[in-house]
Design a protein. Structure first.
Length: 199
């Protein structure tokens, strides 16, 4: 989801996302609501004026309710439409982007799926993606991995991966930097030893 790169979740957005996921599950609409949230995500990114209206404290809740009705009723399921009205009533529209991200993360967790960002020296083909995804998934306890790759030619070879907040650097350039630092340290140690032996 695009908002992954620009929205952070917090306690409030997680509480509302949890409520939405429970309601969606009751109605058998987990995936429907997920797809609608992806559409909402796209609208938030592509139509910044829409979020400015919903976040504007000078606009009353009643006016915002009318705006939500005009824009979203009939476009989204009753489940998501009514949820948006509740979020407005509780003055939490400012948390909407975080709620979208939190719902996505919670649904992935339920499905034992994890999103992994990978930086590679060259674009991986489908076979390589499958192999890397399987290897990472096994190391994470059997999770299904959705791999999103980004080419970074400065890596030379190997890859860097990010799972949640954890960054694992297994690139060749990183290994070369470590080797260079170690050689510098060895050189300094030898220089100190030589100086000590001359004194």
């Amino acid at each position: 989801m695009p908002l992954k790169k620009q929205a952070m979740t917090d306690a409030v957005s997680e509480v509302y996302a949890q409520a939405l996921i429970e309601i969606a599950e009751e109605h058998g609409e987990l995936e429907t609501v997920a797809a609608e949230l992806r559409e909402l995500d796209r609208l938030i990114v592509e139509e910044p004026d829409m979020m400015r209206i919903m976040r504007n404290l000078a606009i009353s809740k009643r006016e915002k309710a009318g705006f939500i009705q005009r824009v979203f009723q009939g476009r989204f399921s009753d489940t998501l439409y009514k949820f948006l009205q509740v979020v407005n009533e509780k003055d939490r529209l400012v948390s909407l982007a975080g709620i979208v991200v939190a719902y996505d993360e919670m649904l992935r967790d339920r499905k034992n799926v994890v999103r992994v960002d990978a930086w590679v020296a060259r674009e991986l083909d489908a076979v390589e993606i499958a192999a890397v995804s399987q290897s990472i998934g096994e190391s994470l306890g059997g999770k299904t991995v959705e791999l999103e790759q980004q080419v970074d030619e400065s890596l030379i070879g190997g890859l860097k991966i990010k799972v949640g907040d954890k960054l694992i650097d297994a690139s060749v350039s990183s290994q070369l930097k470590l080797m260079q630092q170690r050689l510098i340290e060895i050189g300094r140690e030898k220089a100190r030893e030589k100086a000590a032996s001359m004194s």
